[in-house]
Design a binder for this molecule. Sequence first.
Ligand code: GTP
Ligand code: MG
Length: 183
Amino acid sequence: MDKSSKKREPQTRKRQVLVLGLDGSGKTSILNSIVTNRGNHSTVPTEGIHAVCITNGKSKMEFLEVGGSEQLRPFWERYLDRAFALVYIVDSTDHGRLPLAKKHLHQLIQHDSSLPLVVLANKQDLENAYHITDIHDALALSEICEERKLFLIGTHVATDGSELPSSIEDTQEFLAQLLLETH
Ligand SMILES: Nc1nc2c(ncn2[C@@H]2O[C@H](COP(=O)(O)OP(=O)(O)OP(=O)(O)O)[C@@H](O)[C@H]2O)c(=O)[nH]1
Ligand SMILES: [Mg+2]
């Protein structure tokens, strides 16, 4: 490969947002909603990888979801290198599996001490959803290293195809801003 083309495509140019979380947490539903700009539930578990590309004004980014089933979780860490941010989604009503969600999150972030992390406490529309302060405690987010940018946002996906909730819009805008800062 000639040296000049290498210069034009530096390895640090990461445009991917890695979207992870246990099965059923709402990864595909959130991505579908971002793409269609409306509440858009998914009912089909992701059996592998699901990628969507979003252009918002001048910023273009790819969201890459890896399914959250037990068989797919060992593959999650393989995708960390390409990402400029990790979005980790938890089902705020899945109280019994929060320790498992915490374990996987803490394992993942050990691989990269500075990768920005956005935790989405999803399904906030449901009555038994834990408040984000409980999610903060359950995931032990205060133990996560200070040099990392860390955000926790409560989200939900509307079932009736209504407008995108502002919490998901905020997440998207925040990621676009992060992308600008990283490049
Ligand atoms: N009430 C409610 N249900 C949701 C929300 N987000 C997702 N769901 C439902 O939760 C279930 C799982 O959603 P998915 O988006 O497929 O979850 P996933 O994280 O992509 O799951 P995998 O692909 O299996 O890893 C579906 O039945 C969705 O309709 C939400 O914010 N509120
Ligand atoms: Mg999915």
